[in-house]
Design a protein around this ligand. Structure first.
Ligand SMILES: Cc1cc2nc3c(=O)[nH]c(=O)nc-3n(C[C@H](O)[C@H](O)[C@H](O)COP(=O)(O)OP(=O)(O)OC[C@H]3O[C@@H](n4cnc5c(N)ncnc54)[C@H](O)[C@@H]3O)c2cc1C
Length: 1067
């Protein structure tokens, strides 16, 4: 039955007063149409003779709005473009451009520089300019076209008075049909800009009118003010629809005929009128020979929606979009196909639909009343008794959220085009945080302001549209979904928001208040876990956007903007994740007090087994290690609180270190000092095989970069922090477990940015430990702590890039196993600063790579990898070896050094722990076991702190010297502080991503190397001269800790980052 679904929805309201509103509105509409009256008919008696229109912001979208949308998509700080447009006032580049005092090229140069200075990032203003002047964006609003037609039909003149500019092709930018206007005045032609009174006078002169005979519409206050001061009637335009209403009121006649929000049916969306007419006639029992009028509503992105008029019946038809659909999306197949796809028909209910949720042009009290009415109608929907209205089978009872999570995960997976880290995190997080469903009610499923039809004169909901996703379920989903706009920017395509507006000023209730209002009306206790519902709602929106994007890729999008829309999935998924993080904090704060935090400590010296007397630490801020908590929720600060599988991995690694790594250190150390040092040690290769066999391999790759665990062990950064610290207690363990720099950073780079071919060629051998790699950025002639200084050139030549440059401090380049050099150089020295660099994958056997010498660090060569000085002379590299594309080098370098850099910090904690353990062993009297070992009566122990001879000085063991005790205490405190900071950085990276963790990463990079240097230095002091020798790892630890204050970026750079972020966020 054609009207089946409509009737079904309507039957829900039989017990509510909504039914009354629905019917009354329908009847009122029918009466109005029959009487030929119109809602906006005015009193008449107008004395106006012309209407003058500004262009941007009135007839076409304003540059400010286009800029806001473009900034979101290009991740440019919000407001940059607008600020730069206004910069310099009358003499700023924008105004000079409008007066044609500078060319488009000159303007873009100056404007680009201004934007980049303001936002401290490179701003591709060319792309903004292209968008602003593109046919897609610079399109006249249909409501204005209609208004101009009506104005001219009444015999009034029309004019456009625009501040505009010359395009590079020397034509003025006027994307309008000039025939619509009697007079066109353009600032670039006249050399005068609004608000200069001369330009208004010029326009009036050309119209031949007095100021009081015209109405002027502009979106900018100063322009409106200037016109008003001349005596012109003015309308300040916030949105075109409202402006047209105001204009109607002034003129006294209607400017909009036909059905609001409709347009002729789009070419690709046409439906067969004849079969539809026949079907409707049969269905409704109508005898008519008259035509079927068909229009298309301009909204309805996913399901095209049509207005039908047939024999005085006004109907709405909603259908599935054409083409292949994702399973169970667009659930409207309650009808059979008359129009090519499933559809349904409902009654047309006239009224107001507020498309902009910030409700421009309304009074604050009116806005509040609209949102209160929206809340009230939702409460009414949720108060319907499904059984009483025969809807008890409308959906499954209970477990709604788990089913929804499964459904939307499935939907998302079916349309997934690339890995979005926040979506992956949410897919894991949501099932672990499902709320306990309190009530089952009718759920609308897409409850938003623009799905409500309001009474034209009072804040009252007449009809609720878009019921495709309705079912029985958890009503809080609807409440959350109706708050999405609170968190989206006004420029967000598809679903306009108002997170950039002042809600108090607008009079719109905040989301928290909206939830409270709902609970109060429903007589429910406050909703504590509303962040979960918000997280899920944004996750669902992200999945929907991804579906739209997928359809755009397969050429079936219902809207021209679909492709652009889909790209916003990542933005929305990050919003969802923000709510997940907030919910995490709430759960954490609410953990019951009677279940005290576990906090057990063991000393390092406590013996665990006869041969391997290693103590353990165990501290945890979460009650009991569950996989969810251990990995994602609370901060796991001890290995004992890791999830069981990771804890097992940690202990396996610990056993491996004790059984294989520490005992091998003397031999590995002497190999590094031997003449054979520039060849890899066979013992290392042997140990690598053992580590691989024990699954202690490639542990470094963060889960977020490799969610399917295709390449690594799938550990979170926090989990890896504990394992990495343990590996850091030996200089050799990281390589043995294929977790050493610079390979780790390079492998992560390939996973994140490499093509499949690049991965096959380079990533696989690196993951297998068969090859090694290096990263070449630093240059002797420039300050390389600032990567934008890099000078090496990468020039295009036929199918190759040709490299020329001088690099140094390239770790690992001397290793005979090194097969890949990840090279950073400049492809375009004239591009914006951060778009000049590119990254190329250079095979080490390419002719032209000349290693000049190995550099030493405090005299150490660090063989066999070394740190090389090297020249690249006319090195030809195939074009397909470019990573991501030219100009993306800076972006890649930043991504590469995210997790990779805190790995050094994790290892530095390991260095420090071992230094402290050695120091303690050194200063304490020997144990009975130690004495027996020394006398050969007991098997030697290879624990890191063994092989140390304890000392007595000035009649007392060192342990009794107060200064030594103070050193130990100080070292323990400093290690613990730094460890917490490392773990915190890792935790924030896991929860909120590398970008959000920028401050934590910079802080720990500032802290860890200096802390390690101090702790190791104290240990060296306690060892006396022996501490400087190669008999102990202390000297090498110290060298590395010091070197990392450069290799990981100089301390000053990290300090500058911390200060910058501190000033940005904390004032
Ligand atoms: C052991 C080791 C291994 C390395 N491995 C590699 C490698 O594999 N690949 C590679 O490309 N590079 C490598 N490097 C080089 C390292 O990345 C650079 O040394 C580092 O980026 C600093 O650059 P620079 O030496 O040119 O110092 P410069 O940039 O010249 O800086 C010198 C000094 O200027 C000061 N300074 C710089 N910036 C600021 C600021 N913003 N505020 C205040 N003061 C500032 C600091 O005191 C800094 O130490 C390695 C270095 C070492 C020591």
């Amino acid at each position: 039955m054609g009207l089946g679904f409509t009737m079904c929805v309507r039957s829900c309201f039989q017990s509510s007063c909504l039914q009354w509103a629905w019917r009354t509105a329908f009847l009122k509409h029918i009466q109005r149409r029959h009487q030929g009256s119109h809602r906006w008919t005015h009193l008449g008696g107008s004395t106006y003779r012309a209407v003058i229109f500004d262009m941007g912001g009135v007839l076409i979208p304003s540059p400010g709005r286009v800029a806001a949308e473009w900034e979101v998509q290009n991740r440019i700080p919000s407001g940059t473009i607008l600020k730069a447009l206004m910069e310099g006032g009358e003499n700023g580049p924008w105004m000079r451009f409008m007066r044609a005092e500078i060319t488009a090229e000159g303007f873009l140069r100056e404007f680009g520089r201004l934007c980049s200075e303001m936002s401290k990032t490179s701003v591709p203003v060319d792309s903004f300019f292209s968008l602003l002047t593109s046919e897609r964006v610079a399109k006249q609003f249909p409501v204005m076209t209609e208004a101009i037609t009506q104005i001219r039909a009444k015999g009034l003149q029309t004019a456009v008075l625009s501040n505009n500019f010359y395009l590079p092709n020397q034509k003025s930018f006027l994307p309008l049909d000039r025939k619509q206007f009697d007079v066109v005045v353009e600032s670039c032609v006249e050399g005068i800009c609004k608000p200069d009174p001369r330009i208004y006078k010029l326009c009036l002169e050309r119209l031949g009118l007095q100021p009081s005979e015209s109405i002027f519409l502009d979106d900018l206050g100063p322009n409106v003010k200037a016109a008003a001061s001349l005596g012109i009637h003015t309308i300040k335009v916030n949105d075109p629809e409202t402006a047209v209403k105001e204009l109607e009121a002034l003129l006294g006649f209607t400017l909009r005929l036909g059905v609001p929000n409709t347009q002729p049916v789009r070419k690709t969306m046409e439906i067969p009128k004849d079969s539809l007419k026949k079907y409707l006639k049969d269905l409704l029992g109508i005898q008519t020979t008259g035509p079927l009028e068909l229009l298309q509503f301009d909204h309805g992105q996913s399901n095209p929606t049509y207005y039908i008029s047939l024999a005085n019946r006004d109907l709405v038809l909603r259908k599935k979009p054409p083409g292949t659909l994702l399973p169970s999306a667009h659930a409207i197949e309650r009808e059979f196909s008359v129009v090519g796809t499933p559809f349904y028909v409902m009654e047309y209910c006239p009224g107001l639909i507020y498309k902009d949720p910030s409700l421009p042009g309304l009074e604050p009290s009116h806005r509040r009343a609209i949102y209160t009415a929206m809340n009230t109608v939702l409460c009414k929907i949720h108060s319907v008794d499904p059984q009483a209205v025969g809807l008890e089978d409308y959906g499954k009872q209970g477990a709604y959220i788990p089913r929804q999570v499964r459904t939307w995960v499935k939907q998302y997976r079916a349309s997934e085009t690339s890995t979005i880290p926040a979506m992956e995190r949410l897919i894991e997080w949501l099932p672990l945080h499902l709320p306990h469903q309190q009530r089952t009610t009718l759920v609308h499923g897409d409850f938003r302001l623009d799905n409500l039809v309001f009474h034209p004169e009072k804040p009252e909901v007449l009809a609720v549209l878009d019921w495709e996703l309705s079912t029985l379920g958890d009503p809080l989903i609807d409440v959350a979904y109706s708050c999405l706009a609170h968190y989206l920017p006004s420029s967000f395509p598809v679903l306009r928001g108002f997170n950039d507006c002042d809600l108090t000023q607008l009079g719109i209730p905040a989301a928290e208040e909206y939830f409270r209002m709902y609970c109060l009306q429903m007589g429910l206790p406050p909703t504590e876990n509303w962040n979960f519902y918000m997280a899920f709602s944004f996750f669902r929106l992200a999945a929907i956007l991804q579906g739209v994007y997928w359809r755009s890729l397969t050429g079936q999008a219902s809207s021209a903007h679909a492709e652009q829309t889909g790209k916003l999935t990542e933005f929305v998924s990050n919003l969802a994740w923000d709510f997940a993080v907030k919910e995490g904090f709430r759960v954490f704060k609410e953990m019951p007090f009677k279940n005290p935090l576990t906090r057990s400590c063991h000393t390092w010296a406590r013996s665990q087994s006869q041969w391997y007397p290693i103590g353990t630490r165990s501290y945890s801020s979460v009650p009991e290690a569950s996989p969810a908590h251990a990995s994602r929720g609370g901060l796991v600060i001890s290995p004992e609180s890791l999830s069981p599988p990771v804890r097992e991995l940690y202990h396996r690694l610990k056993r491996f270190m004790e059984q294989h790594v520490y005992p091998a250190e003397p031999e590995l150390q002497s190999h590094q000092a031997s003449a054979a040092r520039w060849s890899p040690s066979p013992l290392i290769e042997d140990l690598k095989e053992k580590a691989k066999a024990e699954g202690l391999w490639n542990l470094f790759l963060p889960l977020e970069a490799d969610p399917e665990k295709k390449y690594g062990a799938g550990l979170t950064n926090v989990e890896y922090a504990h394992l990495c610290e343990l590996m850091g207690t030996s200089l050799y363990a990281p390589e043995i477990c294929n977790c050493s720099a610079p390979d780790t950073g390079n492998m992560e780079l390939l996973v994140r940015y490499g093509t499949e071919a690049q991965k096959a060629r380079w990533l696989m051998p690196l993951l297998e430990g068969k090859a090694r790699s290096c990263f070449a950025m630093t240059e002797p002639q420039v300050a390389s702590s600032d990567a934008t200084n890099i000078e090496a050139s990468i020039r295009e030549e036929d199918s190759f890039y040709v490299i020329n440059g001088h690099k140094w401090w390239i770790t690992g380049i001397l290793d005979p196993r090194c097969q890949l050099c990840v090279f950073m150089g400049k492809t375009d020295p004239h591009a914006p600063r951060h778009r000049q660099q590119s990254v190329l994958l250079v095979p080490m056997d390419t002719p032209g790579i000349k290693i000049i010498r190995p550099l030493t660090v405090y005299g150490l060569e660090d063989a066999p990898g070394g740190h090389g000085e090297v020249r690249f002379e006319h090195v030809h590299v195939p074009k397909e070896n470019m990573v991501l594309g030219p100009g993306r080098g800076f972006e890649i370098a930043q991504g590469r050094l995210g997790p990779g850099r805190i790995h050094h910090c994790m290892r530095l904690i390991g260095f420090s722990e071992r230094a402290l353990a050695l120091m303690k062993a050194r200063i304490q009297p020997p144990t009975a076991e130690g004495r027996e070992q020394e006398r050969g009566l007991r098997r030697p122990c290879f624990h890191w702190s063994c092989r140390v001879k304890s000392r007595v000085a000035f009649g007392k063991p060192l342990v009794e010297q107060g200064t030594v005790l103070a050193d130990i205490a100080q070292s323990r405190v400093e290690i613990e502080q730094a460890r917490l900071l490392v773990l915190r950085a890792a935790h924030v990276m896991d929860l909120a991503g590398n970008k959000a963790a920028a401050l934590d990463i910079a802080m720990i990079k500032m802290v860890a190397p200096s802390m390690a240097s101090r702790v190791i230095d104290r240990a060296i002091q306690a060892f006396g001269a022996a501490g400087l020798s190669s008999d102990y790892p202390l000297a090498q630890f110290f060298t590395w800790a010091r070197a990392l204050r450069f290799a990981d970026g100089p301390d000053e750079v990290h300090r500058a980052t911390v200060a910058k972020l501190e000033l940005k966020h904390r004032i």
